[in-house]
Ligand binder design. Structure first.
Ligand code: HEC
Ligand code: HEC
Length: 491
């Protein structure tokens, strides 16, 4: 029998281990090495920081960046993601997109995605960026559909994508092989899977309603049905929960439940609202980073609402304040008002706004969320189902139009004058309407821009889009209304 050469065996074994080690390191480095993104400045952190959702929902950044080049035909206009309303300020990625390396750079949305906006004096004028605002120009559904359409496009092949990436980036040979054989096919698969999953409800016909769910359009999303159907795994139902964005400046924490949050007041803990917002954006119970979410929570309580940037008639605004108090607005909308930030029953005679949004968040959904993270550091307890809408804060109101929970009323004048509310109007312009309050909604070229998908044609006759209700102040004289609007601009 040949004598076993121990030395040789040891050498071979050592070699295999070393090779295994190198392979392991390579795999870890190329796919799992997690580089946290830290910005010392709080605003930078809000705009570009990570909420730890890149591992779950991130798109490989090089692919993400190349998609508008690859599939311009699936965008509403030139300019890449800006045509969908994303806000750029000179950096490569827009505000609201964090880029975090987990093996390779991945792009995902953060809170600023839906909580930033621009305003301008006139069409074509220079934009001013408002942090913590309502992303009134952003077409979130349009963005998602763009990603799905591009993934399903015949151009989305390893060759096509690599070529598009190469227009701005250099790829090493190794990276190119990884992109070609793993990352690009996997990204395509994941996007198409997501499309198929969402399509089971997003475009479905709802027999009990006799209609499909309305398009979200610019500045709106369905915030909670995706959570119900995909995260809490509740059965798909026929509810419609389309909602306008809310601003998150001047957020005051609730003391023993005195304040509620979200349009229907479905939770009365600011902490739970911040945590669940992250989960809604794709953060998982495992990836959740509480220091970052606490930092954003503090940011929201400190962020000041922006001042109205144009001249205000002070005497008229003072008169408007008197109207505001005598018409009862202060009771519900002033910080410290007896009914401020509480849920006003939708059946209350003068409220009676569209009911779809509040009916979407069922007692079953609230229970499921309260059970969802039991035993973890994210143990939720404060979710509930309500029967009304929040008497919202009005800070920075001049910059948060259109108004009401579904964004169905274009201007403050229309809010105070229900008989004149338009049946159809256009959302997505950021030009301030200095006379009526809110944004310009009836520019002459709006229908044309809407046909291209650059603005959203809002039809109040679709279910969930109703513009009825909130008739407080409707009986005021025209002069009182103009004074009241002047005051509302100063909030
Ligand atoms: C995809 C868009 C989107 C993203 C991203 C997003 N939000 Fe929101 N946010 C909304 C919408 C829409 C509402 C109103 C939803 C409703 O109640 O129907 C809202 C409401 C809120 C509110 C309640 C405001 C109030 O006055 O009651 C808070 C607080 C909030 N968001 C914080 C966050 C935080 C923190 C993050 C990041 C972890 C975040 N949001 C990410 C769209 C978004
Ligand atoms: C009984 C409480 C109550 C009174 C009184 C009241 N409101 Fe409201 N207000 C609400 C509720 C609730 C909502 C949210 C309704 C919805 O979105 O469906 C709301 C919404 C609004 C909004 C839209 C906010 C946004 O961000 O879209 C404005 C503006 C507003 N109210 C102004 C007024 C003015 C001005 C008055 C007085 C003429 C007034 N309200 C009186 C309860 C009240």
């Amino acid at each position: 029998m040949r004598k076993i050469n121990r030395k040789a065996v040891r050498r071979v074994l050592g070699g295999i281990l070393l090779l295994g080690g190198i392979t392991g390191f390579f795999v870890w480095y190329k796919f799992f090495r997690d580089v946290r993104v830290n910005y010392a400045d709080d605003d930078e952190n809000f705009k570009y920081g990570s909420i730890a959702n890149e591992g779950n929902t991130g798109i490989p950044y090089l692919i993400w960046k190349a998609l508008p080049e690859l599939c311009p035909q699936h965008l509403p206009g030139p300019g890449g993601y800006a045509s969908l309303g994303m806000v750029y300020e000179g950096r490569e990625a827009p505000i609201g997109i964090s880029v975090r390396t987990i093996g390779f750079p991945r792009a995902a949305i953060n809170c600023a995605f839906c909580h930033v906006s621009t305003v301008r004096d006139e069409q074509g004028g220079a934009p001013h960026i408002l942090l913590g605002a309502t992303s009134g120009q952003l077409d979130v559904q349009g963005y998602t559909r763009f990603l799905w359409a591009c993934a399903g496009d015949p151009r989305f092949t390893p060759d096509g994508v690599v070529e598009a990436i190469r227009r701005t980036e250099q790829l090493s040979w190794v990276d190119e092989q990884l992109y070609r054989h793993l990352i690009i096919p996997q990204t395509r698969k994941a996007l198409l899977q997501q499309r198929d999953q969402w399509m089971t409800w997003l475009d479905a016909y709802l027999p009990s309603v006799g209609h499909r769910r309305p398009r979200w359009g610019r500045g709106r999303i369905e915030p909670f049905n995706p959570v119900k159907f995909h995260m809490l795994r509740l059965p798909i139902d026929e509810t419609i929960g389309v909602a306008d964005m809310q601003p998150i400046w001047e957020m005051t924490p609730s003391v023993q439940g005195n304040y509620s949050y979200h349009w229907d007041g479905l939770n009365d803990s600011l902490r739970e609202v911040a945590d669940s917002s992250a989960l809604g954006d794709g953060t998982t119970l495992r990836s959740f980073e509480s220091d970052q979410i606490r930092r954003i929570e503090r940011w929201m309580t400190r962020a000041a609402a922006p001042q109205y940037p144009y001249a205000v008639n002070r005497a008229l605004a003072d008169e408007g304040r008197r109207v505001y108090v005598s018409a009862g607005c202060a009771e519900c909308h002033d910080v410290g008002g007896t009914r401020y930030r509480t849920v006003i029953p939708v059946d209350e005679k003068e409220l009676r706004t569209d009911r779809f949004r509040v009916q979407m968040w069922t007692p079953e959904a609230a229970d499921a969320y309260n059970r969802y993270a039991e035993g973890t550091k994210l143990d939720f307890n404060r979710f509930r189902s309500t029967t009304g809408y929040l008497s919202t804060p009005l800070h920075g109101l001049w910059a948060t139009g259109p108004y009401l929970h579904n964004g169905s009323v274009p201007t403050l004048w229309h809010l105070l004058t229900p008989a004149e509310r338009p049946q159809v109007f256009y959302r997505g312009l950021d030009v301030v309407d200095r006379k009526r309050g809110g944004f310009v909604h009836d520019a002459p070229d709006a229908p044309e821009l809407a046909r291209k998908g650059l603005l959203f044609r809002y039809d109040t006759r679709e279910p969930g889009n109703g513009n009825q209700g909130h008739t407080y102040g409707a009986g005021l004289s025209r002069d009182d209304k103009m004074a009241l609007i002047e005051y509302l601009k100063t909030l």
